[in-house]
Design a protein around this ligand. Structure first.
Ligand code: C5P
Length: 310
């Protein structure tokens, strides 16, 4: 994330992520699932601004950051009360530090909701980092990580602004990886989204129906192949997502977007997180623009052309 001070205010760009691969290894006693996932930051951003308030008030307002997408469902779907992870992050930091300062937060939402692109988690991670500065709390990186893990599984990835990382546990254990070149993406988000909890529930049901064990399995050799791949074009062999069959059953548009991407020459495609957004890795910026134009013409969802990076 990128932080910019403007007088007494802080402005933060909170990036989205894509899961290049996501393997569900099994169920955990806490009801969550053990994962191994490769996450990459992409240059689609929410914009947050933080203005100090004298009392302990936490005030969140949300605007649609998408010029030209006035009717995007984002601003309507995004709650401004305690259901929003941003408010939960601010309250948690207040209660953990005994801080009696407040904040007015304005969020311009550009990362689509229910897409598997980590928008809510990135916003909450940005809130932890920004309030640590704004309120002069001087919390250590370790402390921020432990607060982040209490709020959700994806926040830890965003805290350190790593371009790419291999994440395990619930998703909160982060090991940065190498990324030697810029990766060119086309992202397509079908009109309808998917709720993460529901996708995991169906994953469980499908695994049980097919007689698969839900106990966490050990990683096998092929799971580590990412370490040896630093060329984006080589990644096509390892793109996979255990949640894809469940996501496709719940939302037929996911399958249609993936089919459309698979028709494109030289594009490695996959679904991110629990969906419903899907991505294609293209050879270069020109190739990505051409693929994006075709996706846009087919009207299968909203389309972004972007690159890796924070
Ligand atoms: O942690 P987060 O709030 O992103 O998780 C949303 C939901 O996704 C959880 O309530 C849980 O149902 C599911 N989940 C899971 N295992 C994970 C991450 C998420 O079961 N590792």
């Amino acid at each position: 994330m990128r932080i910019h001070r403007q007088g007494t205010c802080l402005n933060v760009l909170a990036p989205a992520k894509l899961n290049l691969s996501l393997q569900v290894l099994g169920e955990r006693p806490d009801g969550f699932h053990d994962l191994q996932t490769v996450m990459i930051s992409v240059r689609v951003f929410d914009l947050l601004s933080f203005r100090p308030l004298p009392e302990q008030d936490i005030h969140l307002s949300v605007g649609d950051g998408d010029i030209g997408h006035r009717h995007s469902q984002n601003s309507f779907a995004c709650p401004t009360d305690e259901r929003n992870l941003i408010v939960q992050a601010a309250r948690l930091i207040q209660s953990e530090t005994g801080c009696n300062q407040g904040v007015a937060i304005h969020l311009q939402k550009r990362i689509p909701s229910e897409a598997g692109m980590g928008g809510g988690s990135s916003d909450a991670a940005a809130t932890l980092v920004a309030l640590n500065h704004l309120w002069g709390l001087d919390l250590s990186r370790e402390r921020l990580h432990s607060l982040a893990a209490r709020l959700g599984s994806d926040l830890n990835f965003f805290l350190d602004s790593f371009p790419i990382a291999i994440c395990t546990g619930r998703g909160e254990k982060i090991e940065p990886a190498r990324l030697d070149s810029l990766v060119h993406f086309v992202i397509v988000k079908p009109r309808s989204g998917l709720a993460t909890g529901e996708v995991f529930r169906l994953w469980k049901q499908l695994s049980e129906d097919s007689g698969q064990s839900l106990n966490s399995r050990e990683l096998n050799g092929s799971d580590h192949r990412w370490d040896q791949l630093n060329s984006p074009l080589a990644w096509s062999s390892v793109i996979q997502n255990s949640l894809q069959p469940a996501a496709e059953s719940l939302n037929a548009d996911v399958n249609s977007v993936l089919l459309n991407l698979s028709y494109e020459d030289g594009v490695a495609s996959g679904m991110t997180g629990s969906g419903s957004a899907c991505f294609g890795i293209c050879r270069n910026a020109r190739h990505a623009r051409r693929v994006a134009a075709r996706m846009q013409n087919r009207g299968i969802g909203r389309v972004w052309v972007t690159t890796s990076g924070v």
